[in-house]
Design a protein around this ligand. Structure first.
Ligand SMILES: [Mg+2]
Length: 481
C-alpha cells in the first residue's frame, strides 16, 4: 500500500460513479446470456501458492500454511489436499503425521500474501471494466459480453483462459474464473470452475455459466447444494431444507412471496440474482473503516506489566500505521486483555476505553492514551493470553475538528505528519519495525510464534531472491538481484 494504492483507489472511485449510474439503469442483464457479465476470479490455495512463488523448491510438493501462532492449517497446496489433510486442523495434532508424509509446513507470512494480493488486483484491473476487491484473493469484475453469435461468439471461456495465463506468467499464481450474469451466479460458476461441473468433464478452471447450454446450466444449479449458495447462512439453509428446497435451482423457483415473508428483501434479491437479474452492484470503493483493530495471541502467557505494555505499544503503533494508510484519525481508543480459558486459573477478561480530546493518527499521542489503560487492566496473578487495541470513532484525516481548549499549531501538525510519513516510508521500504518506538521493546518474548516463516521475498530488500548470472567467474556479491 502507499501512494500508488491511494491513486488506484481514487481512480476506482471515479469509475464507481459512472458504473453505479449504469447499474441503476442497466436492466439489460436480465437473462442468463445477457450482455453484461460478472466474473469472480479467485486464487487457488492462495497462501500456499504464494509460498510456491517465492520458493520454487516447494512446487509440486505437499505444503500447508499455519494460522497465527502456528495454530491451525489455513491453506493447503493441491498435493496436500490430495493427501487428505483436513482444513482447520490444529497443527500439534497432525505434526507427526505431516512429518511422516513429507509435508512442508510454513507459518503465515501476511506481508507476502498482502503484497501478492495487491499485485494480483493490479493485473486483474487491466482485464475488466470495473473491479471489486472482495477479499485477499478474490475479486469480482464486470465486463460486456461480445455480441452472441450462433457459433458461440458470446462465450468468454477463452477470455478467462487468457486471463489465467497472464496471471500465471506475471505472478506465478493459479486462479480460477467463474463467469455469469450476476454476482451470486458468478460465485457459483467459480465453485464449479474448481470442481467438475455436471456434463462438463474434469476441472475446467474457467467456467462460463452464461454461455453453457441451458440444459447444463439447469444441471449445474440443481447440483449446487443450498448451503453453497453465496449469501445463504446456516439458519436460512436449514429453513430451505425443511421446505424441501435443497439446491440452488429449487431456491430460484421458490415462490417469491414466501421468501420475502421469511427473509425480506435480502432473500428476494438473492433469488433475483439466481434468476439472472443483477441486483447486487459491484462495490468499487471499499466503505470507510469505522474501527481498526490489532490483536494477537501471545506465544507464551504474559505475567509482567512490562511485557503487557510492550505488547500494547506494539499493537498501538501497528494500528496507528494502518490508520495513516487509511487516511483516518481516531477519536477513541480501547485496550482489551484476556487470559486463557484453559489454563486452570479463573478466567479474566477486561477492556478500557479512552476518548481523545483531539482525534489523532499520531503514534505518540495514541501510545500516551493506550499505555495507562494497559496498566489499569493488568492483574499480577492473571497470566494473559491475548491483548488488543481498537481505534474507534474514525474520521477522515482531512476533516480535523479542532478543540477549543487543545490547540494544535499548524506548523507543529505539519512537522509531526512529515515525521510519521518518513517513519512509515522507511518501514515500508526496509521492512516493518525498521524504525519503531522504544516502548515496543526489542526482545519481545511474548510475540507471535512463527517458527517456519518464509522470506518476505517481495517486500524486504534483503530477502529479494538472488538470480545467479553465471558460473565460476561471477562472485555471489556481484550478482544481480
Ligand atoms: Mg481462494
Amino acid at each position: 500500500m502507499g501512494p500508488t494504492a491511494t491513486t488506484s483507489r481514487q481512480a476506482r472511485g471515479r469509475e464507481a460513479t459512472v458504473l453505479n449510474g449504469h447499474q441503476a439503469t442497466g436492466r439489460e442483464a436480465t437473462v442468463l446470456n445477457g450482455r453484461q457479465a460478472t466474473v469472480l476470479i479467485d486464487g487457488n490455495n492462495f497462501y500456499a501458492s504464494c509460498e510456491a512463488v517465492v520458493d520454487p523448491a516447494v512446487l509440486g510438493r505437499p505444503l500447508v500454511v499455519l494460522s497465527n501462532n502456528d495454530g491451525c492449517i489455513v491453506s493447503r497446496s493441491a498435493e496436500a489436499r490430495a493427501l487428505g489433510i483436513p482444513m482447520g486442523q490444529p497443527y500439534f495434532q497432525v505434526q507427526r503425521q505431516l512429518q511422516r508424509q513429507g509435508v512442508l509446513v510454513r507459518s503465515s507470512n501476511y506481508a507476502l500474501y498482502a503484497d501478492m494480493s495487491q499485485r494480483l488486483m493490479t493485473v486483474l484491473e487491466e482485464w475488466v471494466e470495473a473491479l471489486e476487491i472482495y477479499s485477499i484473493d478474490e475479486a469480482f469484475g464486470l465486463l460486456h459480453r461480445p455480441a452472441p453469435a450462433s457459433d458461440g461468439g458470446g462465450d468468454l471461456t477463452a477470455w478467462g483462459h487468457a486471463l489465467r495465463r497472464d496471471v500465471r506468467r506475471r505472478l506465478g499464481l493459479p486462479v480460477a474464473v467463474g463467469i455469469a450474469p450476476t454476482k451470486v451466479l458468478a460465485k457459483l460458476a467459480n465453485k464449479w470452475a474448481k470442481t467438475a461441473p455436471p456434463g462438463g468433464g474434469g476441472r475446467p478452471e474457467v467456467f462460463d455459466l452464461g454461455a453453457c447450454p441451458p440444459a447444463q446450466a439447469e444441471a449445474v444449479l440443481a447440483a449446487t447444494a443450498i448451503e453453497d449458495v453465496w449469501g445463504i447462512g446456516r439458519k436460512l439453509a436449514r429453513w430451505c431444507r425443511l421446505r424441501g428446497c435443497a439446491d440452488a435451482r429449487a431456491l430460484r423457483d421458490l415462490p417469491t412471496g414466501e421468501l420475502r415473508h421469511r427473509c425480506g428483501v435480502v432473500g428476494v434479491r438473492l433469488q433475483q440474482e439466481l434468476r439472472g437479474h443483477a441486483c447486487l452492484p459491484l462495490e468499487l470503493v471499499p466503505p470507510a473503516k469505522r474501527e481498526t483493530c490489532v490483536s494477537r495471541s501471545f506465544s507464551q502467557p504474559v505475567t509482567s506489566l512490562a511485557q503487557l505494555k510492550e505488547a500494547v505499544a506494539t499493537y498501538t503503533s501497528r494500528a496507528a500505521e494502518k490508520l495513516r494508510r487509511q487516511g483516518q484519525r481516531a477519536g477513541a481508543l480501547t485496550v482489551f486483555v484476556r487470559s486463557s480459558p484453559f489454563n486452570g486459573t479463573s478466567f479474566y477478561a477486561n477492556a478500557a476505553t479512552v476518548r481523545l480530546s483531539l482525534a489523532s493518527q499520531d503514534t505518540a499521542v495514541l501510545l500516551a492514551a493506550a499505555l495507562p489503560l494497559a496498566e489499569a487492566l493488568f492483574r499480577p496473578h492473571k497470566p494473559l493470553q491475548k491483548a488488543g487495541v481498537v481505534l474507534q470513532q474514525l474520521e477522515e484525516e482531512a476533516l480535523l475538528q479542532h478543540h477549543l481548549l487543545v490547540p494544535l499549531p499548524p506548523e507543529q501538525q505539519q512537522r509531526r505528519s512529515a515525521l510519521l510519513a518518513a517513519v512509515d516510508g522507511l518501514n515500508r521500504r526496509y521492512g516493518s519495525g525498521t524504525v519503531q518506538w522504544a516502548a515496543c521493546g526489542l526482545a519481545r518474548p511474548w510475540a507471535m510464534r512463527r517458527s517456519q516463516l518464509s522470506r518476505a521475498a517481495t517486500t524486504r530488500l534483503a530477502d529479494i531472491p538472488v538470480a545467479w548470472a553465471g558460473e565460476q567467474h561471477v562472485q555471489p556479491q556481484t550478482t544481480a538481484t
